[in-house]
Design a protein. Structure first.
Length: 283
């Protein structure tokens, strides 16, 4: 595998990390600090919804009653949140010389063009992941395709394919639920993806009975599935599954992050809550 250093960032979402651009940058750089001194090329990944609290808390809190007074407020805030997220993550990718999956935020997809500058391609929001190279260039915006019930108001993404060919290897990106659909996994494998990034945010207690088989627990099923997801593939050899935890919009997220090879967990977070850096250096 061409990548030498892998980092899956498990992170807790707390409003104080998102109130200013400076606080957010300090937070991101602190979470990436384990990369210092590690061999290149590097690949790091943040969780799903890691950028969402910028929309809710940057500069001032967004309250539901504000939407009644100013229905265009979410679009104005989304533009500001996207710009802070993009700028901070680009700087982090450069500072740590890493390919960086910035996690996701809820935003319209933005494009850049010489005469128009940065503009929204559509007013519809998506669950959108950003992927940067070590020089801070945005290589891909990847929308989530398979939406959970709380996400049904978002625009569904289409298969891109969500494959990024880097100088260090082919990276596939599937956001949380997308990575549980065999047709998406098979397509990426057939296209030659070697590493799968699956940023996740699970809004369910990690130790609850699994709804489809109450003899098993949520976390048990999740971890077993991750171990099995790469078995028998042509090209996929590694899976990074960084997970968010904390409270956002009344939902409580828990999840035990992991780095996986076919049939085994190379690294697992100690707990499904709190910050943890899963750092794996390949020979």
């Amino acid at each position: 595998m061409p990548f030498r250093t892998l980092l899956a960032v498990q992170a807790e979402a707390r409003p104080e990390f998102y109130r200013t651009e400076e606080a957010f940058q300090e937070r991101v750089f602190a979470l990436l600090r384990p990369l210092e001194g590690t061999p290149s090329p590097r690949l790091a990944a943040f969780p799903e919804l890691f950028g969402l609290p910028l929309l809710l808390h940057l500069e001032e809190d967004l309250h539901p009653k504000d939407l009644l007074r100013a229905p265009l407020l979410p679009w104005r805030r989304a533009r500001r949140a996207y710009e802070v997220f993009h700028r901070t993550m680009a700087e982090a990718a450069r500072a740590f010389a890493t390919y960086l999956l910035a996690g996701t935020l809820l935003s319209p997809p933005y494009e850049e063009e010489l005469s128009r500058g940065r503009f929204a391609r559509t007013p519809l929001f998506q669950n959108l992941a950003l992927f940067f190279n070590p020089r801070g260039r945005l290589l891909a915006q990847v929308p989530k395709m398979e939406l959970t019930p709380p996400e049904r108001w978002l625009a569904r993404g289409r298969f891109g394919p969500h494959l990024v060919e880097t100088q260090a290897g082919r990276v596939g990106i599937l956001i949380c639920l997308d990575g549980f659909f065999e047709r998406h996994l098979a397509r990426l494998d057939a296209l030659g993806a070697e590493v799968l990034l699956q940023p996740s945010a699970n809004p369910a207690p990690w130790d609850r009975p699994w709804p489809w088989d109450r003899r098993r627990k949520e976390g048990e099923v999740w971890l077993a599935s991750a171990r099995e997801r790469l078995l028998g593939r042509e090209h996929l050899r590694l899976l990074l599954n960084p997970m968010l935890n904390g409270q956002i919009l009344g939902l409580t997220f828990e999840g035990q992050s992991g780095i996986y090879a076919p049939g085994e967990a190379l690294l697992l977070a100690q707990a499904p809550v709190g910050d943890e850096a899963l750092l794996h250096i390949l020979p």
